[in-house]
Design a protein. Structure first.
Lengths: 221, 237
C-alpha cells in the first residue's frame, strides 16, 4: 500500500512539474495577498496579535486557492475511474495527502520567510514553539483541505464552494494556531502553551482518523 | 392529539411564567425568582435562550446520527431525516444567536463582542450554511445524500471543540466561562427550585416541540420525494 501511494504521489509530482500549475498559482497568490496587506498597512505599524492573525489569513486563503486541485484535476481529466480500478481508497487518499502535505509545507515556508522579511513585528522569541505550531498546523490544514477537496471534486468542482466548506472545519485549528503563534512571538514557555498544543494535536489525530474512515464513501459512489 | 394540547399548555405556562414572574432579593412565595448578581432581570432569558441553543446541538446530533445511518443503509429516508433535522437546527441556531445578541446588548452593552460562546454559535451557523450550500450544488439525489452525510460527520468531529471545550477554557463574558465568578455555574446553585423547575419544563417543552416539528418536516420531505417520483416516473419509463 505504501509503495502504491508513493507511486501515486510520484505521478502527481511529475504531472505538477510538467505543468507547474499549482506552484505558479500558489506563488502568485502569496505575492498578491501579501502585497495587498502591505499596501493597506502603509506606514502604520501593526500590533503583534494582528501580525499573527494576518499570517494565518494568508495561509488559509492560499491553501484554499491551490489545494482543491488534488482531486479536481482527476475529475477533469476523467482519470477517476482508472484510479478506482487500480488502487484502494485509502491508497489514493494517502497519495493525495502526501502531495498536498508537501505543497502546504513549501507554501507556508515561503509565507513565513516573506513575513519575517516584510513585517517588523514578526519576531519569533520561542522558536521551537513556533516550529511545532507550524508543523502541526500544516498537517491539520493539509488533512482537512484534502478531504474537503475530495468532496468538492465529487460535487462538480464548484470553486466558490471550497472555502465555504473548509472554513468552519478549519476554524478551530486556525484559532488555536493564531493563539500559539502569538505565544511564540511573546516568548511564552512550553508549559503555558501545553493546552493549545494538545488541542492542535487532537485536531490532527481526529481529522486524520475521520478522513480515512469517510473517504471510502466519497470515493466509491 | 392529547399530547399536543399538553404541549400547548406547557409552553403557554412556561412563556407566561418566564416573562411575568418577578425577581426579588429574597424569594419567599412560589412564584418569585431569586436575584442573581451580575445577571439581575436579564436572567429571565435563560428560559428561552438556553433551550434554543440546546436544540441547535440536539439537531446537529440527530442530523449526524441519521447521516451515519444513511451511509450504512443507503436509505434515502434517513437522508430526509438528517436534512430535516439540519433545517430545524439552522432555525434554532439563528434564534439562539439573535436572542443571545439582544441579551448581550443589555447585559454587556453591545450586540456582538466575539465572546467564545458567540464565536462558537457563529461557527455552527457557518457549518449549517455550508451544509445547505453543498446540498444545493448537487443534482443527483444519492450523491447529494452521501456527500452531505460525509460533510456533516466531518463537521461533527470539530463541533465538540466549539461547544464544549472552547467556551470553558477561554476567558469570556458569558455566564459559565472560565473566569466567571459572580454568575457562576448558573444552573447548579444560583437558581432556586422554582426557577429550576420552570427552566427544565421549558427545556422539555421545547424539546417535544422540536421532535414534533422534526417529524412533520421529514415526513413532508419523504412524501414530496415520493410524489415527484410518481409524477416523473411514467414519463421517464
Amino acid at each position: 500500500m505504501i509503495a502504491k501511494s508513493y507511486s501515486l504521489f510520484k505521478k502527481d509530482f511529475h504531472s505538477e512539474l510538467r505543468t507547474r500549475y499549482a506552484i505558479n498559482s500558489l506563488a502568485m497568490f502569496i505575492i498578491v495577498a501579501i502585497s495587498v496587506i502591505l499596501f493597506s498597512i502603509g506606514n502604520e505599524t501593526i500590533t503583534t496579535s494582528l501580525t499573527a492573525g494576518l499570517f494565518w489569513v494568508v495561509i488559509f486563503f492560499t491553501a484554499m486557492s491551490g489545494l482543491a486541485r488534488a482531486f479536481v484535476s482527476e475529475e477533469e481529466r476523467g482519470t477517476t475511474l482508472t484510479l478506482q480500478l487500480i488502487a484502494s481508497p485509502s491508497t489514493v487518499f494517502t497519495g493525495k495527502l502526501i502531495f498536498n502535505m508537501i505543497l502546504v509545507f513549501c507554501m507556508n515556508l515561503v509565507i513565513a520567510l516573506l513575513y519575517s522579511a516584510l513585517f517588523e513585528k514578526f519576531i519569533v522569541q520561542n522558536f521551537s514553539l513556533f516550529l511545532l505550531t507550524f508543523v502541526l498546523g500544516n498537517i491539520g490544514l493539509a488533512v482537512a483541505s484534502t478531504i474537503i477537496a475530495a468532496i468538492i471534486a465529487k460535487a462538480g468542482a464548484k470553486g466558490t464552494l471550497y472555502p465555504v466548506l473548509s472554513f468552519p472545519i478549519l476554524l478551530p485549528l486556525i484559532l488555536t494556531c493564531v493563539q500559539l503563534t502569538l505565544f511564540s512571538f511573546d516568548g511564552t514557555r512550553f508549559e503555558e502553551a501545553k493546552f493549545e498544543l494538545a488541542i492542535v494535536v487532537g485536531y490532527d489525530v481526529i481529522m486524520l482518523t475521520a478522513s480515512y474512515m469517510l473517504f471510502d464513501f466519497i470515493w466509491k459512489d | 392529539m392529547v399530547w399536543k394540547i399538553f404541549l400547548f399548555l406547557l409552553l403557554a405556562f412556561v412563556s407566561i411564567a418566564g416573562i411575568t414572574f418577578p425577581i426579588v432579593e429574597k424569594p419567599s412565595a412560589w412564584y418569585e425568582f431569586p436575584f442573581i448578581p451580575g445577571l439581575e432581570e436579564n436572567a429571565k432569558i435563560i428560559f428561552f435562550h438556553v433551550p434554543t441553543s440546546w436544540l441547535t446541538v440536539i439537531a446537529f446530533l440527530l442530523s449526524t446520527v441519521f447521516s451515519f445511518r444513511y451511509l450504512r443503509t443507503k436509505n434515502l429516508d434517513d437522508d430526509a431525516k438528517a436534512y430535516s433535522a439540519a433545517q430545524l437546527g439552522m432555525i434554532f441556531c439563528i434564534l439562539a444567536t439573535v436572542t443571545g445578541a439582544v441579551w448581550a446588548k443589555f447585559a454587556w452593552g453591545s450586540f456582538w463582542s466575539w465572546d467564545p460562546r458567540q464565536t462558537s454559535i457563529f461557527a455552527i451557523l457557518l457549518i449549517y450554511g455550508a451544509l445547505f450550500a453543498l446540498r444545493s450544488s448537487i443534482e443527483s439525489e444519492d450523491k447529494r445524500a452521501t456527500l452531505s452525510a460525509v460533510y456533516s460527520m466531518i463537521a461533527f468531529v470539530t463541533v465538540p471543540f466549539f461547544i464544549f471545550i472552547m467556551p470553558r477554557i477561554m476567558k469570556g463574558l458569558h455566564p459559565g466561562s472560565a473566569d466567571d465568578t459572580n454568575a457562576g455555574p448558573v444552573i447548579d446553585f444560583k437558581m432556586n427550585s422554582n426557577m429550576q423547575l420552570i427552566f427544565f419544563l421549558s427545556l422539555i417543552g421545547f424539546t417535544i416541540l422540536f421532535f414534533w416539528m422534526w417529524r412533520v418536516g421529514y415526513r413532508s420531505i419523504i412524501i414530496k420525494d415520493k410524489l415527484n417520483k410518481q409524477l416523473t416516473g411514467p414519463l421517464a419509463g
